[in-house]
Every structure is written in structure tokens, then in C-alpha cells.
Write a protein that binds this ligand. Structure first.
Ligand SMILES: Cc1cc2nc3c(=O)[nH]c(=O)nc-3n(C[C@H](O)[C@H](O)[C@H](O)COP(=O)(O)OP(=O)(O)OC[C@H]3O[C@@H](n4cnc5c(N)ncnc54)[C@H](O)[C@@H]3O)c2cc1C
Length: 368
């Protein structure tokens, strides 16, 4: 059995339509989630032994997961972000959790749980006190995707001695969060909000891994390749819409517009090559951890650059029509521009450049 990619490709116009309908009121994409779940997208990250495809949890899943996230990103960047967070959390439990914790994750996924990863701190970062029998939380998470819908967020929390720990929270009543962070302009369907954990009590089996595991390299940086894959889907869609809309308006033969189409295709292909390299290096074995982290970091910046270039080319090529709300291009640009804001881009580039000043990038197996 393999993932039904053909069925997913057929579904993309439906996902895009829902994303556009939901944009104005920032409505969560319930229908798209249900359809993706029926296709098996949310159980795909489980290892084969647990009934999944091992996407994100087994090395052979690297390129199929890239394809899955890219396609979902083509249909809806908001859904792509939610799926990416779900995969990320499951991956971390598979990497650092116990067998029993992973079995529980698999059972929860089969029962329809939505996982997410919430690490961004608010004014009051999440802290915890552990007396051996119970863990008591205090503080809140910001920019939490699916704030009202994620039932199993994997969060980071700080212990009194300063250690950072990961913990998997069971939220069977996720309505206690706020779906708003003040009106975000793009990615409105992702339900990005805040969640106050103050007073929540967990049992010790909620702890995943050891102190410091969350920041451990290369995992800490390498996981960003999955966000790159989703962003690539948004880039794909904008490039396709640029070509289609120029042709529809009989403006495609103009040499200036051809230059834009050519530059957009180059940017898209650049992002695609970087995404593939990042996926293979991150999910393969044998690369130096520093090489893995720095390669994915360069891929992040390359994809950001490609996305920003494509947005500019689309705006200049389509003109004001790219800013008209009834044109789907308008929303996708907003979603992509928002999605491309990922943490600490300056540091990401500078550290990767420093790492590769005196050594070459790794080549994934099979590449020249
Ligand atoms: C759609 C969406 C969904 C998200 N969902 C989640 C989620 O589910 N869970 C979660 O945990 N997070 C989530 N996030 C938050 C995300 O992980 C990042 O925290 C966020 O995108 C950071 O963006 P930023 O531009 O504010 O980054 P910043 O890191 O603040 O960068 C902004 C600028 O400041 C610079 N800068 C950074 N640090 C410094 C410094 N110390 N001094 C000077 N300059 C600095 C950067 O290089 C950059 O130029 C989401 C974000 C988006 C866009």
C-alpha cells in the first residue's frame, strides 16, 4: 500500500476553494482536514508497524513526505502547516519518546487526534513544577497553530533548574485556548492563536525525552525541511497561476512577461532542488550533524528567497489584479508571505555560512 497521491491531486481544487471561503472570517478548514484524514495523511507519519507509511519517522519516507507536504501546500498552506505540525510532533515522540508513548500516539492518531508543536513563547513562557507525582504548568504559548483544534500539542516547558523539557499534553477540551493573536493577515485558516496552560496538571508520562532533547542538533534545525516543503507548494501554485493568468489575458507572449515567467520558474525549481536536498540530508543517515543542520538552514533561506521573488514577480506581472480579493492569487500571496516568516532568519543564514566556510555541503546518496 502506498499513499493515494492521485486522489490527493484531485482534491486540491476543493482544498483551495475551502481555503478561500474560510479566509475572510479565519475559519478552520474542517472539511479539508476530514478529507485529508480519510486519505490517510494524518496517519502517514506513523511507522509502518503502527499502520502508517513512516513519513517523517522512517528514512524511506523522506521523498514521499516531501511530495505529500508540497501537494497539500499547493491546495492550502494553512492545511499544510497543520499537517506539518502534526508530523513534527509525532516525529519527536518517535525520536525521543518510549515505545509505550509511541504506541499511545498511534492509538490517538487512529482515534482522530490532531497533534501539533507549540514552542513559541509569550510574555510568560511556560514553566513547570514536577513533584514526582504530578507536573503543574504555568504560562502560555503564542502563535499556536490550530489553537482550538489540536488535541495533542507537544510543548516545551522550563523546569525550575532551567532545563527545557518536551511534554505531550492531552487536551480533550481544546476550547480553553484563544484562536486569535490580534488578526493575522495571512494563514488565517490555520487557527493560529495562544494557549494558556496555567494550572494544567499532567502525569509524569507526559514528559518526552530528556532535558535538552528539544534543542539537540541536528534534529532541532533539520525539522525545518518539512516547513520548506509546504512553502514550496505555495510557490508552485503562485507560479502556475502567474502563467495561467498571463495566458488568459493574452499577455504571456510579451517579452517582459516571459522574463518574469522564466525567473519565477527558476525560483520555483531552485526551491524544489533545495527542498529535496534538505529532505534527503535530514532523513538520511551518515551526515555530520552540523552538516545536516547547516544544509537545512541554507535550504530555509533559499526557499524564503524564492518565495519572496515569486511574490514580487506575480505582483509586477499581474499588476493590480493580484491585489483584488476575488483573485485567489491575492490570498495565496498573503498566506505565503506570512508562512515565510520563520524564526531568526539572520542567525540561520549566518550560522550556516560560518559552518560551510571551510567545508563543502554534503551530497545525499545518489547525487553527484
Ligand atoms: C502561520 C504560522 C503558524 C505558526 N505556528 C506555530 C506553531 O504552531 N507553534 C509554534 O511554536 N510557533 C508557530 N509559529 C511561530 C514560528 O515558529 C516563529 O516563531 C515565527 O514565525 C517567528 O517569526 P518572526 O518573523 O517573528 O521571527 P523572529 O525570529 O522574531 O525574526 C524577526 C526578525 O528579527 C530578527 N531577530 C531575531 N532574533 C533577534 C534578536 N535577538 N535580535 C535582533 N534581531 C533578531 C530576525 O533575524 C528577523 O530579521 C507560526 C508562525 C506562522 C507564520
Amino acid at each position: 500500500m502506498s499513499f493515494p497521491f492521485a486522489a490527493l491531486i484531485e482534491l486540491l481544487p476543493v482544498l483551495e476553494q475551502e481555503a478561500s471561503e474560510n479566509d475572510g472570517d479565519a475559519v478552520f478548514p474542517r472539511d479539508g482536514m476530514a478529507r485529508l484524514r480519510r486519505l490517510g495523511a494524518f496517519s502517514a507519519p506513523l511507522p509502518h508497524a503502527s499502520g502508517g507509511y513512516g513519513y517523517g519517522t522512517e528514512p524511506a519516507g523522506a521523498l514521499p513526505l516531501l511530495r505529500l507536504l508540497r501537494l497539500v501546500g499547493q491546495g492550502s498552506l494553512a492545511l499544510g502547516r497543520l499537517l506539518e505540525g502534526h508530523v513534527n510532533a509525532i516525529r519527536l515522540v518517535a525520536r525521543y519518546g518510549t515505545d509505550a508513548q509511541m504506541q499511545q500516539v498511534a492509538a490517538d492518531v487512529r482515534n482522530g487526534a490532531l497533534f501539533g508543536i507549540w514552542v513559541t513563547e509569550g510574555v510568560e513562557p511556560v514553566r513547570f513544577h514536577d513533584d514526582g507525582a504530578a507536573i503543574v504548568l504555568h504560562g502560555e504559548k503564542l502563535f499556536a497553530s490550530g489553537a482550538l483544534h489540536v488535541t495533542r500539542p507537544l510543548i516545551t516547558a522550563r523546569a525550575p533548574n532551567g532545563d527545557t523539557r518536551m511534554m505531550l499534553v492531552r487536551r480533550d477540551d481544546p476550547r480553553s485556548a484563544s484562536p486569535s493573536i490580534g488578526g493575522i493577515s495571512g494563514m488565517r485558516g490555520a487557527g493560529t492563536g495562544r494557549c494558556d496552560f496555567t494550572g494544567m496538571v499532567l502525569t509524569p508520562d507526559a514528559l518526552i525525552g530528556l532535558p535538552g532533547d528539544y534543542m539537540r542538533q541536528p534534529e532541532f534545525s533539520a525539522g525545518a525541511w518539512r516547513g520548506i516543503a509546504v512553502a514550496l507548494g505555495g510557490i508552485d501554485r503562485l507560479v502556475d497561476l502567474l502563467r495561467l493568468q498571463l495566458a488568459d489575458r493574452s499577455r504571456d507572449a510579451n517579452p517582459h512577461q516571459r522574463v518574469r515567467m522564466g525567473m519565477a520558474l527558476i525560483a520555483r525549481e531552485t526551491a524544489s532542488l533545495w527542498a529535496r536536498k534538505a529532505a534527503l540530508v535530514a532523513e538520511g543517515h551518515g551526515s555530520d550533524p552540523g552538516d545536516v543542520a547547516a544544509t537545512v538552514n541554507l535550504a530555509r533561506i533559499a526557499t524564503e528567497r524564492a518565495g519572496l521573488d515569486v511574490i514580487e514577480l506575480v505582483q509586477r506581472g499581474l499588476g493590480l489584479s493580484a491585489f483584488v480579493k476575488s483573485n485567489v492569487v491575492e490570498r495565496i500571496q498573503r498566506d505565503l508571505a506570512t508562512y515565510l516568516r520563520q524564526p531568526a532568519p539572520d542567525e540561520t543564514l549566518v550560522e550556516a555560512a560560518g559552518w560551510f566556510t571551510h567545508r563543502d555541503l554534503p551530497q545525499p546518496e545518489g547525487d553527484a
